[in-house]
Every structure is written in C-alpha cells, then in structure tokens.
Design a protein around this ligand. Sequence first.
Ligand code: ASP
Length: 330
Amino acid sequence: MNTNAVIAIHGGAGTILRASMSASAEADYHAALNAVLSAGQRVLADGGSALDAVSEAVRLLEDCPLFNAGRGAVYTAAGTHELDAAIMDGSTLDAGAICCVTRVRNPILAARRVLERSEHVLFTGAGAEAFAAAQGLEFVEPEYFHTEARHRQWQLARGQQRAMLDHDGATLASTSSSNDDDPTPHEPIDPNRKFGTVGAVALDQHGHVAAATSTGGVTNKQVGRVGDTPLIGAGCYADDATCAVSTTGSGEMFMRMVAAYDVAAQMAYRNVSLEEAAHDVVMNRLPKIDGRGGLIAVDARGNVTLPFNTEGMYRGFARIGETPVTAIYR
Ligand code: ASP
C-alpha cells in the first residue's frame, strides 16, 4: 500500500489578479476546488484507482460553471461550444480522448470510455459523438454549456478581433486616446486572459498514477481548432515509471513543446526530479516560444508540483486524511 496517495487539480491559468477578483468570487473558487479535492480524496481513501479519482474530479469540474470545461465552456468564433478531453492510465499507458464535441455533457466520461472500450485513442466531432451515444453517455442541448460570463467574454473578444484586423495593438492603443467619440475599448485582447481548462492528476494507494484534462478551448477560437488538451503527451500524460501531468495554457505552444510528455521524458532521460522537470518545462522551455500557462504533476512517490508562469492558476492538492490545500495567485 502506498501511503502517499494524493490528488491534485487545476482550473486553468492566466491573468488572475487579486485586484480584479471580489472576495465572494474568490471564496466561490476556493469552495469549488475544495469540494472537488474532497471527492477525489474519498475515492483514493476508499482504495479506488487513480484513474477513478481523476475522472471523478474532472467530471465535477466540468459540471461547475466557474471553469472553462463542460458547463461554463468558452465560445467559438461561431458562438458555439466545442469541447475536448483526454485521460491516461499510468499503469497500462492506456489512453482515451475526444475533441470537438458539442453535446456530450461530460467529455471526460467519453474519453474514459474510449480508453476502456475502444481500440482507438482519439475520436473527433461527429464520430466522437456517435461513439459517446453508442456508449449510452448523457447528451445535452448546446444551451446547457452557456453561461452569461463566458458569453460576455466572447463578445468582447469578438469585438477586439474585428478591431485588430486593421490595426495592431499598439496603433489601437494610441488612437483610442485621440478619438473620444469611439467608446470601443482599444486594448488588444490580452492572450493571458483567455485560458481555462480543468485537470486532475493522482497517485493511488496501489502505486499507480493517472491524468485527465478537459476544456472548452480558447475564447473565440476558430471552429474546428483543437488545442493541446486532448492530445496525449501535450495536454495530458501518465506513466507509473515517471509521473502524471495535466496542463493548461496557450495550447498551441504546449503542443509544439509536447509539454506533458516532456516532463516525463526529462525525468526518464535526464534523471531529474519531478519538480525540476516540471519547472524546466514551464519556466524555461515554454517561455522560449511565448508559451503561457502551467501544469500539475504527481510522481509514483507522491511528490506533487504545480508550477505556472502566469499571474495565477486555480489549483490545489489533497492527501488522504489531510485537509485539502487550495490556491489561486502566485
Ligand atoms: N490549453 C487549452 C487549449 O489550448 C486552453 C487552456 O488551458 O485554457 O485549448
């Protein structure tokens, strides 16, 4: 029995400033993170698998409208929702993922079914939904994913993008002050503000690790765009021999860096600790290509690390029998 069993979760990274968050919003985030950690902790305490703990944690995060996954997902440029998710079992290296689904209530459950009941690893769009339907998973109308806050965010992003077609951000910023008749905010979209995504990693009492990640993607993304989240090795990776990793941030850069796998690879090939490998990916390698965000990771010894290179990342971890720890800012 491994007595270091632990679960860690994230609810996305980005420009999360203390100054722009009300005390009650902050309390809501801490409460949500605590509730999810407690649920994951219970699975582990009952002797459940890391795979069960991460699917349950991510399912709950998908159902919580505070986070950009499942209900509360961001909008595409067409005003729709396209959801991506992946899950991986470190004991077998089995993996399952789906992307661009629009009506599956819990994308992570669909990814789990792919892992368990399909010879394939990744399904997209209509095929993913047909697979989920055949598996008897719950479907919802697209409005289920709607929240006022994300809709407002999308409208702002849309307006900004239209303005940015003709001008670069610097020009816009300087012209905005000289044109008092135009009330449109002229700052370019801050790419740091667009991140979301949820994820979980765990080590169970049997010594196995697992990882799961789920997202609505980035606000105002083009229809059909897929980020790092459902790509094994980019947004999600797990191997008992090294670690389990779930990422959040500018997906294109995490894909180009094969970020999640790079943490495991550095441990295996450079023989460095979990902490050192994760730190190198987030603080050194990703910034070289302007990659912003963070990741959560656990190894088979129960070490946990939650590095991020943005102002904040909704995050937390819980060990069996201990009070969960949650945090938002640096
Ligand atoms: N990585 C996700 C994506 O690119 C977004 C995020 O983490 O916020 O789809």
